[in-house]
Design a protein around this ligand. Structure first.
Ligand code: ATP
Ligand code: MG
Ligand code: MG
Length: 377
């Protein structure tokens, strides 16, 4: 079987690695120049995009910002999974909010803003602590602005003055005083079967995911069931096929959906060694019409992103239960270079292992790791 992935980054690479044992060959499309490349070496393959689409059993994406004309071409083949509508929901916060509201899925209170004057009204209805998000092209906290109090409004308006809000509106959200950030990774196959992973707890630093712990601590059956039900409602409502990530804010017993990612997700990387079946394998199984794999956790796991640095000792692999996944990219500030997964059999041991790992990593990059090591130990 063959799967073509739009996007040639680390997610396509990890799908390729997961596909090999199943006899599923994964090819990647570099969307900057429409060439078909090997997902690991990134060398061009001896095939045109049209030939690759023709020869594929399924087409999918590794990110939601794939140019729309490519998604439209892919849709014509009848092989694109998830569907173009689901991908565009993840690429456009206005559509995303409309979907959540339409399905009555709890999310942060918000307004769509196409003129800066509407911001005064936002403060009246949502309060003065706001987060403003560009409706398109944002990730890792880029394309966002914050308002801490109404005295900052004139300055914020000046900062936003050059934006064309009629073309790309802002989604203005109330700042939610959440207790923590969780995510639910789930998968639905062509036959409509659904499996969800245990909730992961996500620790962000400067707008970027640094550490995920899964299963998250302090999750009772009722909370996990609530997250599962949100997933089922969304996935069935969209007739979704593949892995879908749901980012959540926990406020007491309540879960608010922050955003959706119509693809395999960074907060699901722990599943490569911490779950019976990884999110990458399950995504391929789902879009190829195969039975889904067991999503249970093997034991408490953590995933640590290696961001913007490549100088650390590979000796960290001496820590039992740890695995390194390196993406082979050139170093750039804030770029995700790779990640480490570590799985063990108790949270106390996981805390100890995170502490041990921190000895091998340049600490200025990993403040969240130290905090988590202390919390779990
Ligand atoms: P990602 O890299 O996950 O795609 P993103 O740039 O698309 O991120 P969001 O996930 O919407 O942006 O927001 C980034 C972070 O900002 C969230 O993980 C959360 O910490 C914070 N945040 C977002 N919305 C709110 C909100 N309404 N209230 C409080 N904090 C928020
Ligand atoms: Mg996002
Ligand atoms: Mg997010």
């Amino acid at each position: 079987m063959r799967v073509v992935v739009y996007g040639a980054g680390q997610l396509a690479q990890m799908m390729y690695l997961a596909g090999s044992p199943l006899g599923i060959e994964v090819q990647a499309v570099d969307v900057n120049n429409d060439t078909v490349v090997h997902p690991v070496s990134k060398s061009p393959l001896d095939t045109s995009l049209d030939q690759a689409l023709e020869g594929a059993d399924a087409l999918t994406v590794e990110f939601e910002h794939v140019p729309e004309h490519l998604l439209e071409e892919a849709t014509k083949t009848g092989k694109l999974m998830p569907s173009i509508e689901s991908i565009l929901v993840g690429a456009d916060r206005v559509r995303e909010k409309a979907l959540l509201e339409g399905m009555k899925v709890a999310n942060s209170a918000h307004r769509i803003v196409t003129h800066l004057e509407q911001l005064d009204e936002c403060i009246e209805t949502l309060g003065e602590k706001l987060i403003l998000k560009s409706s398109r092209d944002g990730y890792d906290g880029y394309g966002q602005w914050r308002l801490a109090n109404k005295e900052e409004l004139p300055e914020l308006k000046r900062a936003l003055a050059t934006l064309n809000l009629e073309k790309v509106p802002l989604v203005v959200e109330k700042m939610v005083p959440f207790e923590r950030e969780l995510s639910l990774i789930g998968v639905r196959n062509k036959q409509g079967d659904v499996r969800t992973y245990p909730l992961a707890e996500n620790l962000h630093y400067q707008g970027q995911l640094h550490v995920s712990v899964a299963p998250a601590t302090h999750v009772d059956d009722a909370l996990q069931a609530k997250a599962h039900d949100i997933f089922v409602k969304l996935a069935e409502g969209m007739d979704y096929v593949g892995v879908l990530a749901v980012e959540l804010f926990q406020c007491g017993d309540e879960l608010l959906v922050n955003e959706l990612a119509p693809r395999v997700h960074n907060s699901g990387h722990w599943s490569q060694s911490g779950a019976v079946t990884s999110q990458f394998e399950n995504h391929l199984r789902a879009i190829c019409g195969l039975p889904l794999g067991d999503t249970s956790a093997i034991g408490p796991s953590a995933m640590i992103n290696i961001i913007g640095c490549s100088s650390f000792s590979r000796e960290l692999l001496s820590i039992d239960g740890s695995h390194l996944h390196w993406y082979g990219k050139s170093v750039r500030e804030k770029r995700k270079m790779g990640h480490i997964n570590v799985t063990t059999d108790s949270y106390t041991k996981l805390g100890e292992k995170l502490h041990d790992l921190s000895q091998y990593l340049p600490l200025e990059y990993f403040p969240k790791l130290i905090g988590e090591a202390k919390r779990l130990k």
